[in-house]
Design a protein around this ligand. Structure first.
Ligand SMILES: Cc1cc2nc3c(=O)[nH]c(=O)nc-3n(C[C@H](O)[C@H](O)[C@H](O)COP(=O)(O)OP(=O)(O)OC[C@H]3O[C@@H](n4cnc5c(N)ncnc54)[C@H](O)[C@@H]3O)c2cc1C
Length: 397
């Protein structure tokens, strides 16, 4: 930033390590959602339902530049086959499969009049309640589906959602015409999919709360899946280009800031000794799962924040062997910040909301009187995280 306006971006080439400074009249972030913050069903962070390369870089860059983020605590998770990070449960539900508990009972009617046709976050909530209520494991039951529906499901829908889906079933010895498919709740993300309300706050033109900084798609609050990404991409891109034409010069930048960033970015690759970044990232996921996971409590969130801070203090011990690993270190830095933002906002939202998106064990009910609105996160003095609550009718979307 220069004089409180975004003046461009810095980056490095992940192949040859070249540092670059991009000066721009307007800057647009479109870095998608944020994943890799929690363990996933496959146990492999890069074998996930979503794009594992989206690690909240846009959210983090914008936050550091002073932009506001909203509702980072309202995460999204989904149902997947146990041990397999695959999309596909929508396909089962769409074709008329049931969700059943270990007693063989369908349970979604208790949650929503459309039963298995309910929104995805409610399918996760219903399943979660069965599991915690001692009626797990839970399963998809597709045994009653007509032959043609089953054929369409197994040859057209499931292999498109994840091309190894039927190989997984085969290796497990599962015949979906005869067997139940065990499921799990997984793939937690700061989402830009249907129904999510978290991300960068933008106005109708796609401008963030920082001058000359725009954002579009899944990293913003009003993202709404593919159609939202396309619509905001088009409108915000056009607007940012139009505004750029009215600005004569990108403006200067603070050389000291850039040099500081340069030194910080390359430090891990210049370090003689240190620990691999993967160890730090695994630790981060463990902290998030243990303290900022399914059921959150005040004590747990505070403990989580302390542990995240301790991890942050050890960041100087990360070593990168090459520029590829240096990229992972940069990603870890962003993930760590996003983790803190989630925990801070979750601490302030003293209620439970949006199904499995935010469950506070110490505040299990939804409290519309006090929390029908957005938790706004912004950088405070001395790089602190400032959280304020904004009632629903005031949040810029
Ligand atoms: C398995 C799956 C199924 C889906 N099915 C549907 C569906 O049926 N219907 C629907 O409407 N939506 C669906 N979605 C959601 C939809 O794909 C997303 O909402 C949409 O792609 C978001 O678009 P985007 O451009 O904002 O982000 P993305 O498409 O995620 O693009 C973000 C880009 O930014 C890049 N990037 C991230 N960080 C950096 C960085 N630091 N530097 C450089 N580049 C970076 C990434 O590599 C990526 O190319 C699905 C998503 C998944 C994962």
């Amino acid at each position: 930033t220069h004089r409180k306006k975004v003046a461009g971006a810095v980056g490095f080439n992940v192949r040859n390590g070249n540092f670059c400074i991009v000066r721009s009249k307007t800057t647009l972030l479109a870095t998608g959602d944020a994943v890799r913050l929690w363990p996933n069903a496959s146990g492999l962070p890069f074998n996930t339902w979503q794009s594992p390369f989206n690690n909240g870089a846009g959210h983090a860059m914008a936050f550091r530049a002073g932009a506001s983020l909203a509702n980072m605590e309202l995460t999204v998770n989904t149902l997947v086959p146990k041990g397999f990070s695959a999309a596909g449960l929508n396909a089962f539900m769409g074709m008329g499969a049931y969700l059943v508990n270990s007693l063989g009972e369908r349970y979604m009617q208790k949650v929503h009049p459309m039963a298995e046709g309910a929104p995805r976050y409610l399918l996760a909530l219903g399943t979660y309640r069965e599991m915690k209520g001692g009626r797990g494991p839970c399963y998809v039951d597709s045994r009653h589906l007509p032959k043609e529906a089953m054929h369409y499901l197994t040859t057209r829908l499931l292999p498109v959602d994840k091309d190894t889906f039927m190989i997984f079933c085969k290796q497990k010895g599962l015949n979906l015409e005869k067997d139940l498919l065990e499921i799990d709740i997984s793939e937690t993300q700061i989402a830009g999919i249907t129904g999510s309300v978290s991300g960068l706050v933008i106005d109708e033109e796609g401008k963030t709360t920082v001058d000359r900084l725009y954002a579009a798609g899944a990293c913003t609050v009003p993202s709404y899946a593919l159609s939202g990404a396309l619509a905001t991409g088009y409108t915000v891109g056009s607007e940012a280009a139009k505004v750029a034409l009215t600005i004569s010069d990108a403006g200067g930048y603070n050389k000291e800031d850039v040099e500081k960033e340069f030194r910080a970015v390359y430090a891990p690759v210049n370090r003689k000794e240190g620990l691999p970044c993967q160890r730090f990232e695994n630790k981060l996921r463990q902290i998030m799962a243990d303290y900022v996971g399914d059921i959150k409590t005040e004590k747990g969130l505070k403990t989580g924040l302390e542990k995240l801070k301790a991890l942050e203090e050890k960041r100087d011990e990360v070593k990168a062997e090459n520029f590829h690993e240096l990229m992972r270190v940069a990603e870890f830095r962003d993930l760590l910040l996003i983790g803190e933002l989630v925990a801070k906002a979750a601490l302030e939202r003293k209620e439970s909301r949006m199904g499995s998106a935010h469950i506070r064990g110490d505040y299990p009910a939804t409290d519309d009187e006090h929390f029908h609105g957005s938790m706004i996160l912004k950088k405070g003095r001395a790089n602190t995280i400032q959280v304020t609550f904004e009632p629903a009718n005031k949040t810029a979307q």
